[in-house]
Design a protein around this ligand. Structure first.
Ligand code: GTR
Length: 326
């Protein structure tokens, strides 16, 4: 064996031992607030596998789960500047940056999961994905975020009246602050990672989220009353930093785009399974779930939120088209 051959063999062996991510020419760093195994984390990993195969090891993704790279709002900033290549976040924290994300963050804008899928998979979804670009991001795909409901540590919420004066954490967006105000509660915007201890120490009374987040965050341990009022159905988005995107060849950009879209059905399947499993887990752990709730008063109370936030012609048009989507 020549020296060169020996060196090559040693390099190959070390690459095999250290795992596939390092074998790639370029490894894209992707952020997620959720823990390993969560549907969004697994979907981006699946996308990474597709990418690695399709580019023959040129491009890979490494998912930094469990908020290892920071809380959503901060990681969005870092993604904008190319410090993080990819990010899977709720569209809520994007509201103040990308105006178009507001329409899908409005309470009760979607009538059902089917309605949401139709909108996000169609021309409106495409328009919203494109809207990220002028702000330093490339919108790659939308993931499901289920529907969000209220939970708290104090008492069962059976009507709007029960929310009066409660301190409820919301994601960092003015829409959600105004939504809580319209319901007579005190909104406390804060990062997801601070919610558990804030409920535990009584800084807040509760929060709102979907089944998988309520379960995986452990919030059900400290806030056992969950009311299935389903006021929000905010889709999630996978974005890439425009700075990282611009470093790729047009062929690689197309491969990244396609792999992201191909990860959507993977995500939806995992999501449906996890929603059921999470609900079963929190119920078994003693969470008190209130299902008998009249949503109409909540829907009616949202009028001022729409009036305040749907002001430009662009947003009015998007809202009207979403509502008209059958
Ligand atoms: C989850 C969502 C996260 C994050 C979190 C929150 O449902 O998947 O991206 O936005 O809610 O409430 O901050």
């Amino acid at each position: 064996m020549t020296f060169l051959k020996m060196a090559k063999a040693a390099l190959l062996a070390s690459v095999l031992m250290t795992g596939s991510a390092l074998a790639c020419e370029t490894t894209l760093r992707s952020s997620d607030t959720h823990p390993d195994g969560y549907p969004t984390v697994e979907a981006v990993k699946a996308m990474g596998k597709m990418l690695e195969e399709r580019t023959k090891g040129k491009l890979c993704i490494e998912v930094f789960h469990s908020a290892q790279l920071g809380q959503e709002k901060d990681t969005i900033e870092q993604t904008k500047f190319g410090v993080i290549d990819m990010n899977r976040v709720s569209m809520g924290p994007f509201n103040n940056l990308v105006e178009e994300t507001k329409v899908v963050s409005l309470p009760f804008i979607f009538r059902s999961t089917d309605h949401m899928h139709k909108v996000m998979d169609g021309p409106i979804g495409e328009e919203i994905l494109k809207a990220f670009e002028p702000h330093g991001f490339v919108g790659l795909a939308f993931f499901d975020g289920g529907s969000r409901s209220f939970y708290n540590s104090k008492k069962p919420i059976t009507s709007i009246d029960d929310l009066k004066g409660m301190k409820v954490r919301v994601m960092q967006s003015d829409i959600f602050v105004d939504m809580m105000t319209a319901l007579g509660a005190n909104a406390t915007p804060m990062p997801y990672g601070e919610v558990y201890s804030s409920i535990q120490t009584g800084v807040i009374d509760g929060a709102e989220n979907n089944w998988p987040s309520y379960e995986s965050s452990g919030h059900f341990e400290v806030a056992r009353y969950y009311t299935l009022n389903q006021h929000l159905m905010v889709p999630e988005v996978l974005v890439m930093s425009k700075a990282s995107w611009d470093k790729l060849s047009p062929e690689d950009q197309a491969t990244v785009s396609q792999a992201a879209r191909d990860a959507v059905p993977v995500m939806r399947k995992l999501w449906a399974e996890r929603e059921k499993a999470s609900e079963e887990k929190v119920r078994a752990a003693g969470a008190q779930v209130i299902t008998d709730i009249d949503k109409q008063p909540f829907i009616d109370a949202m009028k001022p939120v729409y009036e305040k936030h749907v002001t430009s012609d662009r947003l009015k048009d998007l809202v009207a088209r979403i509502q008209a989507t059958e």
